[in-house]
Design a protein around this ligand. Structure first.
Ligand code: GTP
Ligand code: MG
Length: 390
């Protein structure tokens, strides 16, 4: 959890009667984040040289604004850069998932602030909130049951304890699918096949992944396996040009499996580390299109019996209950090894992740939080739960 530092205050007695609160955002913008646990010996002690709230007086601000500003933004504790980056990222994720947070964490906080006592009504409202955020019936019942048990065990009965128990249970569930994608360097190329229904964000996710792996120093190539739509190849090529990444493509209407097969051969010859293959969006209910996908996998397998090394299904975060049947049907056609949940920036229903976790347990590798190629985050369970609940 991010904690904000306390400013050393050089007030003389009597000066601090009119005070201006330092907004937490200032601290984040200036990169000042205290990761210390409360009470740890090196954290700044309130009241040591400061007034108890770490506040700036209006007189100070008026007399020496620059000096006071400098005091406000000066870090008091050296924070390792990697912790600082994590803190800033967690803060950003909270903003990106604000819609789900409004529908989830904020609603729960409202509920708990109105109801201090635990009763059946509170559990019913909690259940409704989880269902409304698309957590799904099975996961919702399971989480609530575990919250009840945990409260019984700890003998606690206030709403704060319910909130804490809820966060813990959701984090446990979210952790079931926390397993970041590791690129096995012995596979050259490491082949990632990307599948999913129409318009969920497959091609955009491929561009994001390509950028990510290129940024990690890997040689990346894309295969334009969506030969169905005229614009699809162009879309991938445009991303490739933007990110300076080669794209292997044939004309619209070509056989998708052979485009990917040829791309694999070319990637091997060029010592490519990661080959990411796009496929056309298809409804999981269309049997002939699902068979085509099975064929793609078989052909990839012929080129390299260990490939595809990762089959990612992309799910639109706002899909709701339909996400379950999408994963079920695509998993029948091609064994899925990972999930990417996209468009989480635009939906209040980010709870779909828990639904999928409880139903399938397939690792969630990444989450999409915007349209730019940098808007892809590696999925971390605790960070995700924190962002939607706190
Ligand atoms: N807000 C937001 N938009 C996204 C995200 N990912 C993709 N999009 C948008 O979703 C739309 C569809 O994205 P595509 O990548 O073309 O989806 P697709 O699955 O390849 O579509 P088809 O190939 O037609 O099946 C585009 O407008 C993207 O900009 C995301 O994480 N957040
Ligand atoms: Mg596409």
């Amino acid at each position: 959890m991010i904690k904000f530092f306390k400013r050393k205050n050089k007030n003389t007695p009597g000066e601090n009667d009119q005070q201006t609160k330092v907004e937490p955002d200032h601290a984040v913008q200036s990169g000042v984040i205290d990761q210390q646990q409360p009470g740890s010996s090196s954290s700044v002690q309130a009241g040591e040289q400061s007034n108890e709230h770490g506040l700036v007086t209006d007189q100070q601000l008026a007399a020496k604004p620059n000096e006071v500003k400098a005091q406000v933004v000066a870090p008091e504790i050296e924070v390792p850069p990697e912790l600082l980056a994590q803190g800033v990222e967690a803060h950003q994720l909270g903003q990106q998932l604000a819609k789900t947070n409004d529908n989830f964490g904020k609603k729960m906080k409202q509920l708990f602030s109105l109801k201090k006592k635990i009763d059946e009504e509170l559990f019913e409202e909690l259940e409704t909130t989880l269902l409304m955020a698309d957590v799904g019936a099975t996961a919702t019942m399971d989480v609530i049951e575990k919250v009840r048990k945990s409260l019984k065990r700890s003998n606690l009965s206030d709403s704060d304890a319910v909130f804490d128990a809820l966060q813990e249970q959701l984090t446990d569930l979210a952790k079931l699918v926390e397993q970041p994608l590791v690129i096995d360097e012995s596979k050259q190329p490491f082949v990632i096949l990307v599948v999913g229904v129409n318009g969920v964000g497959k091609t955009t996710t491929i561009a994001k992944l390509a950028r990510k792996y290129k940024g990690m120093g890997k040689k990346v190539m894309l295969a334009a396996g969506d030969t169905f739509r005229a614009a699809a190849v162009e879309q991938l090529k445009t991303w490739g040009e933007r990110e300076d990444i080669p794209v292997m493509a044939q004309k619209t209407g070509a056989d998708s499996a052979s485009v990917i097969f040829d791309a694999m051969t070319s990637a091997k010859a060029r010592n490519i580390d990661v080959l990411i293959a796009d496929t056309a969006g298809r409804l999981h209910t269309q049997a002939n299109l699902m068979q085509e996908l099975e064929k793609i996998s078989r052909v990839i397998h012929k080129n390299d019996p260990s490939a595809p090394h990762e089959t990612l299904i992309v799910i639109d975060g706002g899909t709701g209950q339909n996400a379950i049947s999408q994963v079920r049907e695509f998993n029948k056609a091609n064994k899925l090894s990972g999930v990417v949940i996209t468009k989480l920036d635009g939906t209040p229903k980010g709870g779909v992740l828990f639904n999928l976790a409880a139903e399938f347990g397939i690792p969630v590798r990444f989450i999409g939080v915007g349209e730019k190629s940098s808007d892809l985050k590696t999925y971390h369970a605790a960070e995700f739960v924190e962002a939607i609940i706190n």
